[in-house]
Design a protein around this ligand. Structure first.
Ligand code: PEP
Ligand code: MG
Length: 874
């Protein structure tokens, strides 16, 4: 197995084997660009090393030796050669760029003797000794794991002693003193000397870079960015060129376009007389790249030309490292540059316009999740002080950023809003009773609950920013206080909430509003033409539906009718229904509720017009609608003229140990059929009214939740359709309605063919399906899921990204079985996974018809659906 490739032997397509850096160095060499010669040791060699006793094999040593000889031939320089000394850099480079996560050693090849030679050869002893001290420092740190701070302290104390301000002002003698002290550190810390044999230096450096693949920060980075731990890193061994060899030299970083804004203009900075790490270390302030045009015009011109050529070659914005060694320009690295979402959309649209990439390539270049930040106002990160950061983070449950005074309940929120303040509702968890407070809040924060908790779902629906499950917050709703570590906040104190990241801050953080974005509009237009999946929205209020329509949602995939019972007068009627003792009382309450629902559904039809709308009949357990606190029960007993005692008894009866698995969904209508009949009647009568008024034909899609048995569906469907047919007969009109079901119980997936025979459509409720497949209560899983992720037991929170093997398999089985019975059955997804790009890729692949998500995720879903479609056709 060949384990080492000279740069001229490789090419850009060999990223897996040579790592991104190695492949790009090879490609640049092939293109004839001024890359210092070198070779790459493969990722395969790294994996072999890590899994076979962590020793370099003799074969590998021999191969490295051969390639050093070849390098010596190419450069005319030699290791240890007193006439023409070859020095090397050793750098990591894996398939995916992991900036700063692994290690680099520069100036390898110097030792106590060579440094003298180098000083003479360059005629610059200060430079030579500076290179040697850097080698000792990096080598000690990378190979011997010596704390870098120990070296820094020596440099600082020497500078102090000699009253020297900058590193490069240190004299040769002072540098020699530092070097001796560095060697002492090796002794004290490791009981070893710095290796004087250059081959030992090289082999140990290669081993250290291999091992750095598994250092802690690299592992964490990979986990954060979903990079496979088994890829390994390549090692690039390259002839040193020196940006620190005098005032005719320098080093810098260049982006071919502005990575923050996307502006098509070179962006970057450089330092004269410096080596790579000086730019990163931030000790000296680098100069803007435009300055180079005056400093070294001919170099600037060549660099600009190379940058343009590289961008054309790679068809993407490049991030380029360069070094100028005595007025000779070298390129040390190029890669596709990281960029903000704003820059990403502009660059994609511009590159397409310039003819460098196709529309499909433009769409694939943007991370769907990233455009979230373009849809909501965001905090000005530069304005955040460290002491404002609250040391807790929760789930980024609903994106956006907002500031307001803390309120612990709806009453306080209403009062403060009436005084003209903006508020943040902060509770242990929310329930339907809090809805009024939630509606008027700028942001919602809870200390409990997950991504599908009440707070999260409702907030996303409303487009209100929300951070859920901040378990480090100790919320005392009675005392109206919240504690986070040492910080105690009271009602009325101001906090800022970043719902896109799950972060909280004390005090106000200024917002940056995202202006209309012509580039995003263009991307969305392209995405909509490419996507096969329809993208619907989960919405019930006119404002939310309008938001979804503005993002071109193709309809509504889920109206959660329970969200319509939050206003006080409706809640009161709902409670009257729930607490009724007999059918007569229930009917009377329902008659009043019907009036409200007629308005609700009419408003929906008026807003959505001829687009489809799935309206789900009541789903949550009834106890969610009744109060629990003594003062609220007292107030309700006065309102309903029922004794507190009777109320208390009835509320107790409604109490369930596992309400999510209890009397909810279609089970409610099996016991109280009149409930769904009332809702179905309201839907149909509103549709008739709207159709009569406007002539626009509507086709309501009535959805029954939580079906696990075909018989449940059959019974309810028959009752509902008989009721509807009677109305239509009486009114002598026709309405094209359908009756379908949610698929959110594993049993329903397994008998999907039987259910399909009875249903007009399916919609997967992945929140409940995930809950029931894993047996994780969706309200409690937040307590342990992070730990599961941290310990690698679960790769991802399955409520946020589809668990392909389990929940995904059930969905696949259900789709196959259902379509074997009814090939044209319309199937969608309306759980939170409907807005998750990774999950959408699977839903598209498995042939679903649509996904439905909260209105603000509609653009993200479109882009994900388009990407999935494009990838399938590749
Ligand atoms: C679901 O379970 O995925 C769903 C959409 O319904 P809900 O979240 O309202 O239970
Ligand atoms: Mg559900």
């Amino acid at each position: 197995m060949k384990q080492v490739y000279q740069f001229h032997e490789g090419q850009g397509s060999m990223r897996q084997l040579l790592g991104g850096k190695g492949a790009n160095l090879a490609e640049m060499t092939r293109l004839g660009l001024p890359v210092p010669p070198g070779f790459t040791i493969t990722t395969e060699a790294c994996i072999y090393y890590l899994t076979n006793g962590k020793r370099l094999t003799n074969e590998l040593r021999q191969e490295i030796e051969t390639h050093i000889l070849e390098l010596e031939k190419q450069t005319g320089k030699k290791i240890n050669d007193p006439d023409n000394l070859l020095l090397l850099s050793v750098r990591s480079g894996s398939k995916f760029s992991m900036p700063g996560m692994m290690d680099t050693i520069l100036n390898l090849g110097l030792n106590d003797t060579n440094v003298e030679i180098f000083a003479q050869l360059t005629g610059n002893p200060q430079f030579a000794y500076d290179c040697y001290r850097r080698l000792l420092q990096m080598y000690g740190n990378v190979v011997y794991n010596i704390d870098g701070q120990l070296f820094e302290e020596i440099i600082e104390s020497t500078k102090l002693r000699y009253r020297v301000k900058q590193d490069f002002e240190l004299t040769v003698d002072q540098l020699k003193e530092i070097i001796e002290q560095f060697k002492d550190v090796y002794h004290r810390q490791k009981g070893q000397d710095f290796p004087q044999d250059v081959n030992d230096q090289l082999y140990q450096a290669v081993e250290a870079v291999f091992s750095s693949w598994n250092n802690n920060r690299a592992r964490v980075y990979r986990e954060l960015h979903d990079i496979d731990h088994n890829l390994g890193t390549a090692v690039n061994v390259q002839t040193m060129v020196f940006g620190n060899s005098g005032v005719e030299s320098g080093t810098g970083v260049l982006f071919t376009r502005n990575p923050s804004t996307g502006e098509n203009k070179l962006f970057g900075e450089y330092l004269i007389n410096a080596q790579g790490e000086d730019v990163v270390a931030g000790v000296r302030t680098p100069l803007d790249i435009q300055h180079l045009a005056e400093d070294m015009p001919e170099i600037y011109e060549r660099l600009t030309k190379m940058a343009t050529d590289l961008e054309k070659h790679y068809k993407d914005m490049q991030d380029i490292e360069f070094t100028i060694d005595n007025r000779r320009l070298y390129l040390l690295q190029t890669r596709n540059g990281k960029r903000t979402a704003q820059a990403a959309v502009k660059i994609a649209v511009d590159l397409e316009k310039e003819g460098l990439i196709s529309v499909d390539e433009a769409l694939l270049s943007i991370n769907p999740e990233s455009i979230n930040s373009l849809l909501h106002p965001i905090f000005d990160e530069t304005a955040i002080n460290d002491d404002q950061v609250l040391s807790t983070s929760g789930l980024p449950a609903s994106p956006g950023s907002a500031t307001g005074k803390i309120c612990f309940d709806t009453i306080a929120a209403k009062e403060m809003v009436s005084q003209g303040y903006q508020v943040v509702l902060l509770r242990q968890e929310t329930s339907p009773e809090d809805i009024e407070g939630m509606v008027i809040s700028e942001a919602i924060v809870t200390s409990r609950g997950g991504m599908t908790s009440h707070a999260a779902v409702v907030a996303r629906g409303m487009g209100t920013c929300c951070v859920a499950g901040c378990s480090d917050l100790d919320v005392d709703e009675d005392k109206k206080q919240v504690r986070c570590g040492d910080i105690l906040l009271n009602e009325g104190d101001v906090i800022s909430v970043n719902g896109s990241k799950g972060h909280l801050y004390v005090g106000e953080i200024p917002l940056i509003i995202n202006e209309n974005n012509e580039y995003l509009d263009k991307i969305m237009m392209w995405a909509q033409t490419r996507a096969r999946l329809d993208i619907r929205m989960n919405a019930e209020t006119v404002t939310d539906i309008q938001t979804g329509l503005d993002f071109n949602a193709s309809g509504i995939g889920l109206v959660r009718t329970e969200h319509m019972f939050f206003a006080p007068e409706r809640l009161k009627e709902m409670r009257r229904f729930i607490l009724s003792q007999n059918l007569e009382e229930r009917q009377s309450a329902l008659t009043d509720i019907l009036t409200y629902q007629l308005d609700d559904f009419k408003a929906i039809f008026q807003t959505i017009a001829d687009k489809p709308a799935v309206i789900r009949l009541l789903d949550p357990p009834l106890h969610e609608f009744v109060p629990t606190k003594a003062y609220e029960i007292k107030r309700l007993s006065e309102e309903l003229a029922v004794s507190e005692e009777i109320l208390g008894t009835r509320i107790n009866e409604l109490h369930e140990l596992n309400p999510m698995l209890g009397h909810r969904g279609c089970r409610l209508a099996i016991t109280f059929p009149e409930l769904y009949l009332m809702q179905a009647e309201a839907i149909i009568r509103s549709a008739i009214a709207y159709q009569n008024e406007t002539g626009v034909r509507v086709s309501p899609e009535i959805m029954i939740p939580l079906v696990g048995m075909t018989s449940e569906l059959v019974q309810l469907k028959n009752q509902i359709s008989q009721h509807i047919e009677k109305i239509l007969n009486d009114e002598s009109v026709k309405i094209e309605y359908t009756i379908g079901t949610m698929i959110e119980i594993p049993r329903a997936c397994l008998i999907a063919d039987e259910i399909a025979a009875e249903a007009d459509f399916f919609s997967f409720g992945t929140n409940d399906l995930t809950q029931m497949t894993f047996g994780f209560s969706r309200d409690d899983a937040g307590k342990f899921i992070t730990q599961y992720e941290e310990q690698g037991i679960l790769p991802k929170d399955p409520f946020q990204t589809l668990d392909v093997e389990g929940v995904g398999e059930l969905i696949k089985v259900a789709v196959e079985r259902a379509r074997s019975e009814k090939p044209n059955l319309k199937i969608g997804v309306c759980g939170e996974l409907g807005g998750d790009p990774v999950s959408i890729e699977y839903f598209n692949k498995w042939g679903l018809d649509y996904v439905s998500c909260s209105p603000f995720r509609v653009p993200i879903a479109y882009l994900a659906a388009a990407q999935s479609q494009i990838k399938q056709s590749l």
